[in-house]
Design a protein around this ligand. Structure first.
Ligand code: HEC
Ligand code: HEC
Length: 200
């Protein structure tokens, strides 16, 4: 085997074993997440619409976002400060939140018409606007798919809306979500956010 090939294989294997060893420790993650409790809640159910819930998120997504905050790829001054963690800490914290259960939300009677508008887009997209069905990636029940398609079910509608608007403006960079959000109107974003939050 030539030297270059050997270095590449060794690097890939080191990456695998680091991931496998660190991904499993949810109990360690709970201890490491103590500094997150004030904003994201003791079990990852946040009690403030300004802070996303993290409970029940798909494994791998939280670690990925912490990496993006740390590097500045996803811009948020508070979270950039909080994300100065090692890859092992990120993986443990990820495992802790993934093992928690998000509290379901319901929709008020007077918001049902708006939610139905969101439902149509979420389940079928629209051909005229070339918007794909959200459920293709976020799942029919909004539970996401490991590791990069996040859960949206049970999330604060205000947070979902803020993120779709950030993808639309480009403030949050998203190779997939950027072009999708760009084609959504603010009214469609409002309806979708309400609908997704109430999925279970
Ligand atoms: C002072 C409040 C505060 C603290 C403490 C805090 N966060 Fe956050 N967190 C936020 C805010 C605000 C956002 C939304 C950022 C945005 O709009 O992009 C956020 C977003 C996140 C996200 C993205 C969620 C998603 O669905 O994309 C993750 C993951 C996260 N925080 C993890 C953590 C972890 C882990 C800790 C502890 C190490 C922590 N946060 C501590 C306020 C906080
Ligand atoms: C082809 C797959 C795909 C489709 C279709 C898709 N998404 Fe996404 N979505 C993603 C990915 C990947 C991310 C994570 C982006 C990142 O890592 O920053 C995401 C992130 C999001 C987030 C942010 C969640 C959070 O916790 O921060 C929201 C909200 C969202 N999508 C809503 C939608 C809506 C509404 C639709 C339909 C109009 C949709 N998505 C269609 C792949 C998709």
């Amino acid at each position: 085997m030539n030297r270059l090939a050997f270095i590449i294989i060794a690097t890939v294997m080191a990456g695998f074993s680091a991931g496998a060893a660190s991904a499993a420790d949810a109990a360690a993650g709970q201890a490491k997440a103590q500094m997150c409790v004030a904003c994201h809640g003791a079990d990852g159910n946040s009690t403030n619409a300004g802070f996303p819930s993290l409970a029940g998120q798909v494994p791998g997504y939280i670690a990925g976002q912490l990496g993006a905050f740390k590097s500045g790829k996803r811009v948020n001054p508070v979270m950039q400060g909080m994300a100065q963690l090692s890859p092992t800490d990120m993986a443990d914290i990820d495992a802790w939140y993934a093992s928690q259960v998000i509290t379901p939300r319901s929709i008020d009677e007077d918001q049902l018409a708006l939610a139905r508008e969101g439902e149509t887009l979420y389940r079928a997209g629209t051909a005229e606007l070339a918007i794909p069905a959200c459920m293709a990636c976020h799942g029919p029940a909004g539970r996401g798919m490991p590791s990069s398609y996040p859960r949206v079910a049970g999330q604060w509608p205000e947070y979902l809306e803020s993120q779709l608007l950030a993808f639309k403006s480009g403030d949050r960079v998203g190779k997939i979500m950027g072009p999708i959000a760009h084609r959504l109107s603010t009214q469609q974003i409002h309806a979708l956010s309400l609908y997704m939050s109430a999925l279970q």
